[in-house]
Design a protein around this ligand. Structure first.
Ligand code: FES
Length: 178
């Protein structure tokens, strides 16, 4: 049976979150809402919950979450845009965020970036043809003493070299073929 959650066509005015979000998503978001004094305070948690289920936040999902939290879609969009680990475009099964801030720039960022782009045959902001890997730039990941660095699916990978990148990509390819 397919796990794909069908996307229903809705807009901000006529959305009812119960028509868009799954029972599991609603239950998890309600749990987070109960931890705060006001429902909009659970905005990031709610975005993360839906993204975990669907990989990214479509307009329909955004409207539904805003409806559920009692806030406007514009307010929620502001939260989603500010938080760069919320994806407003479809992404691959794995997402690589390569740090392009100053310490990493000074520690061979260009070599690492070129190697990733050439090996994956994509530019920043794109996903490989097989839908497996998305490559994104990122501001400082907070481990400047171990530059250059990237984040893969939320996990920090530090002191990058061409060899460690190749091993990482092999691991992803092995995981995908397993
Ligand atoms: S500049 Fe890359 S981790 Fe800080």
């Amino acid at each position: 049976m397919s796990n794909v959650i069908p996307i229903k066509q809705v807009d901000e005015q006529n959305v009812n979150y119960r028509d868009v979000l799954s029972a599991k998503e609603i239950e998890l978001i309600e749990h987070e809402c109960a931890l705060y004094e006001i429902r909009p305070a659970a905005a990031i948690d709610a975005l993360q919950i839906v993204q975990q289920q669907r990989r990214w936040i479509s307009d329909e999902s955004l409207y539904a979450i805003a409806n559920m939290l009692g806030m406007s879609a514009t307010e929620l969009e502001g939260v989603a845009t500010f938080y760069n680990l919320i994806y407003r475009q479809p992404v691959g099964e794995h997402v690589i965020h390569l740090c392009d801030s100053v310490s990493c720039w000074l520690h061979d960022f260009k070599t690492i970036a070129d190697h990733l782009r050439q090996t994956l045959k994509i530019e920043f902001g794109q996903t490989t043809k097989d839908g497996k890997i998305t490559l994104l730039p990122n501001v400082c990941l907070g481990c400047c003493d171990k530059a250059p660095a990237l984040m893969l699916d939320g996990e920090l990978v530090e002191s990058l070299t061409i060899e460690s990148i190749d091993k990482l990509l092999q691991r992803l390819s092995g995981a995908n073929n397993a």
